[in-house]
Design a protein around this ligand. Structure first.
Ligand SMILES: Nc1ncnc2c1ncn2[C@@H]1O[C@H](COP(=O)(O)OP(=O)(O)OP(=O)(O)O)[C@@H](O)[C@H]1O
Ligand SMILES: [Mg+2]
Length: 501
């Protein structure tokens, strides 16, 4: 037992002396004795006893309950009531002062001892709890994340200064309001950094474990991009007694991402121009060929017209061919223009097979030069894509040029390029570029996508790095594996057109 310093407040002097003796016997010391409420308050504030034994009925204007209340308000000293009668009204009033125990008079030595022990123990536990609460509050006030805590009805019980600054609400104004009134997000605007994702995320979703990026609408109307998480607060009995919401301002991160994206798209454009430079000869050939055909067909058309009578059926046939050839040349030029422009990424709807044929047209010269056979197979369900058309064109062009490089060195087997598309089980679309080239050594497989990694004398090592950043920007996946028995397989998976629409 720890000896305690005790104030005895008792209007019956004989009882008071008796209690003092009992306390001395147990080992406690009495720091004061009085029968008057106002005096009791004075002594308590002056002496700071560990405990007050307080008679409910006292001399003077203040009764014990009133005196206890003031002592509790001014100094958190635990009070144990002494009372000879315990009518409901007294008990109710006394309870409101949160006493640490009652002693019903008359009481014996061991009752006194037990109640004092319990009161001191409880007070100590309460003090430690207050301390730890203060420690947590201090910690939460000093961290950089915003924190809002609620009770089990989602009403705000706590906000740290960062949460106050971001939401524009003070804890005082927000207390007891529903957290949904304080943590408001602009769902119409979509996710920061990814406007296509405009799923609604409620506070309840966050508490149940979802993480989300959202536009927080502050009280002033200002919108701030935040990263938010939440968790339930579980009580002693495994029940949910509240929740915490933690969020942070990500404006800075978004600005950096934006700068990085700009740098990447600059780089991607530079790389497109380089690729076009390399392809210039075969592209010129690709345009020249239909132009030559146009010229031949045009003279043939003139001949058919000059006949007597003019052969209109032949003229019609020849004009159809002229039209088709002109379109072929125009297609090549159009895709070249798109590749050369520095267009900010903008997703549009397009058909994958058309795009693949355009890219094959750009690389046809190289494919023919290296005697590479091309096979395509498209799953109709995977044809509609919603993505940045130019970027996907660049992606495929890079994969195809790599495949050509990988096959141009082999002579003991057929050189085949397979381009296959499929719809995946999880609503995505995939395009697979497979070659029968030299394949990829296991140890280089993971470096392949690093910028400047190349095994070619004239390579820059940027092709696959750019492919990866394009796929990442679309929220997709890019992977590589070995083709059987020879070669490499690159697989691009993107969210399906339906999901993004
Ligand atoms: N289909 C493939 N088969 C075998 N190896 C490949 C294939 N595709 C890429 N690689 C390997 O990955 C490396 C990196 O490819 P990446 O396209 O990034 O750069 P590069 O082709 O060397 O140069 P460039 O910047 O001109 O594209 C290549 O040097 C090559 O070693
Ligand atoms: Mg390459």
């Amino acid at each position: 037992m720890t000896p305690a310093r005790i104030l005895v407040v008792e209007d019956d002097r004989i009882v008071a002396r008796d209690i003092a003796q009992q306390l001395a016997r147990i080992g406690h010391s009495v720091v004061g004795m009085t029968a008057v409420g106002t005096e009791a308050i004075e002594i308590a504030l002056d002496q700071r006893p560990d405990l007050v034994l307080m008679d409910v009925r006292l001399d003077g204007a203040l009764d014990g309950v009133e005196a206890a209340l003031r002592i509790r308000e001014q100094a958190r000293i635990p009070v144990v009531y002494l009372t000879a009668y315990a009518d409901d009204d007294t008990i109710t009033r006394a309870s409101m002062t949160e006493p640490f125990g009652y002693l019903l008079k008359p009481f014996d030595n061991s009752q006194l001892r037990t109640v004092i022990e319990m009161a001191l123990y409880k007070h100590n536990a309460e003090r430690r709890l207050h301390e730890s609460e203060r420690r947590y509050a201090a910690t939460l006030s000093s961290i950089g994340d915003a924190v809002i805590a609620t009770d089990n009805e989602s009403r705000v019980t706590f906000m740290n200064p960062v949460a106050e600054a971001l939401t524009g609400w003070t804890l005082r104004d927000a207390a007891s309001r529903l957290v949904g009134e304080i943590f408001v997000t602009d769902d119409a605007r979509g996710g920061p950094g990814d406007a296509h994702r405009n799923r609604h995320v409620s506070c309840a979703d966050l508490v149940s474990g979802q993480e989300a990026q959202a536009w927080l609408v502050a009280r002033s109307g200002r919108e701030i991009p935040v990263d938010a998480r939440g968790a339930p607060i579980i009580g002693d009995h495994g029940d949910v007694v509240g929740s915490v919401l933690v969020f942070r301002d990500i404006s800075e991160r978004l600005r950096n991402q934006e700068a990085l994206r700009n740098a990447q798209s600059e780089l991607a454009r530079a790389s497109r121009l380089t690729t076009m430079g390399e392809l210039a000869v075969s592209i010129a050939h690709e345009i020249n060929q239909p132009l030559g055909a146009v010229a031949v067909n045009a003279s043939a058309g003139l001949n058919f017209i000059n006949r007597d009578p003019p052969d209109i059926a032949e003229v019609r046939q020849v004009l159809h061919e002229v039209k088709a050839d002109a379109r072929r040349a125009a297609d090549v030029i159009r895709s070249l223009q798109a590749l050369a422009r520095k267009a900010a990424p903008e997703p549009t709807r397009f058909q994958l097979d058309e795009l693949v044929h355009e890219v094959l047209a750009l690389s046809r010269g190289e494919l023919q030069k290296h005697r590479i056979q091309v096979r395509t197979r498209f799953d109709p369900a995977s044809l509609p894509w919603f993505a940045d058309r130019v970027q996907i064109q660049q992606l495929l062009l890079n994969l195809i040029l790599n495949a050509i490089d990988a096959m141009s060195v082999i002579d003991d087997r057929a050189r085949t390029l397979n381009i296959v598309s499929e719809a995946t089980e999880d609503q995505r679309v995939a395009v697979i570029v497979e070659d029968s080239g030299m394949g990829i050594a296991a140890q280089t497989q993971e470096k392949l996508f690093d910028a400047f990694f190349t095994t070619k004398a004239e390579g820059l090592g940027m092709g696959l790095a750019i492919c990866r950043s394009i796929v990442d920007a679309h929220g997709g996946r890019l992977s590589v594996s070995a083709a059987l028995p020879h070669g490499a397989v690159f697989r691009v998976e993107l969210p399906g057109a339906g999901e993004l629409a």
